[in-house]
Write a protein that binds this ligand. Structure first.
Ligand code: HEM
Ligand code: HEM
Length: 190
């Protein structure tokens, strides 16, 4: 069967033209981990008592994980634009091609928009991010404004809630390719 031919038993190697290059794989998984940390920290914050040190620490972890996402997203996008991605595996129908392209585009937008909105939420709230251990404050891009801050925070939270689903769909699609379609889509990102 067509699909069975494309699934290779473990131990066989994909050619370098068929798989993502090592830097792309590093960016993918490092950023995925940081996004998970940002989500986990802000969820944990919700369970911790108001005004407590662990709650403040959760928020600091959230903010720095989010800033790190943005910092890595820049070289990641540059790499992607310059080097491109491996051609899609043969046998992917039009629906799979269109939906994966749309979801990947949304994920790239998210990696830039979400940290920027989070950062601006802080700025508008009059809070400054300071490099740990060094008394160096990151720049403020907008001034303190409670109303603007509330609006940006609402957008940041709405996008945050929506992307549980987008990221979940993306991860499920990868598992679907691997376990049900039995093709090499997941293996080329490993
Ligand atoms: C990929 C990166 C990020 C993700 C996935 C993310 C996700 C979220 C989510 C889901 C919430 C809502 C939590 C809730 O409903 O209680 C939230 C809140 C928030 N985030 Fe982010 N965020 C990211 C980056 C950032 C960055 C870079 C900053 C600031 C430097 C930031 C600052 C905030 C702030 C101030 C809140 C409001 C917390 C509160 O007062 O309840 N976020 N974020
Ligand atoms: C926060 C989490 C994640 C984000 C932001 C993310 C983002 C992305 C993006 C933007 C791409 C497109 C890469 C490109 O062509 O330049 C991609 C590809 C991919 N991702 Fe993720 N990803 C995440 C988590 C995951 C997880 C958990 C899995 C597996 C279970 C996964 C599996 C894959 C695979 C297999 C590809 C390659 C798809 C293909 O060959 O067409 N990702 N991811």
């Amino acid at each position: 069967m067509d699909n069975a031919i494309k699934f290779r038993p473990s131990g066989s190697r994909l050619s370098s033209a068929e798989r993502y290059a090592p830097p792309a794989i590093f960016f993918h998984w490092a950023i995925a981990l940081l996004v998970v940390i940002a989500y986990a920290a802000v969820i944990a914050k919700g369970y911790l008592p108001k005004g407590s040190a662990p709650r403040a620490l959760s928020m600091t972890i959230h903010e720095w994980a989010g800033v790190a996402v943005l910092v890595l997203a820049v070289p990641r996008l540059l790499w992607r634009m310059i080097k491109g991605a491996p051609a899609l595996l043969p046998g992917q129908g039009r629906l799979v091609r269109a939906s994966s392209a749309a979801v990947h585009l949304l994920l790239y937008l998210f990696l830039f928009a979400q940290p920027v909105l989070g950062y601006l939420t802080l700025n508008a709230g009059g809070h400054v991010l300071t490099l740990p251990g060094l008394d160096v404050a990151l720049p403020q891009f907008i001034g303190k404004d409670a109303e603007v801050g509330r609006s940006i925070k609402d957008i940041h939270e709405t996008i945050g809630s929506a992307f549980y689903w987008v990221i979940g769909l993306h991860a499920l699609a990868a598992l679907w390719h691997h376990y049900f379609r039995r093709d090499d889509t997941l293996r080329r990102m490993l």
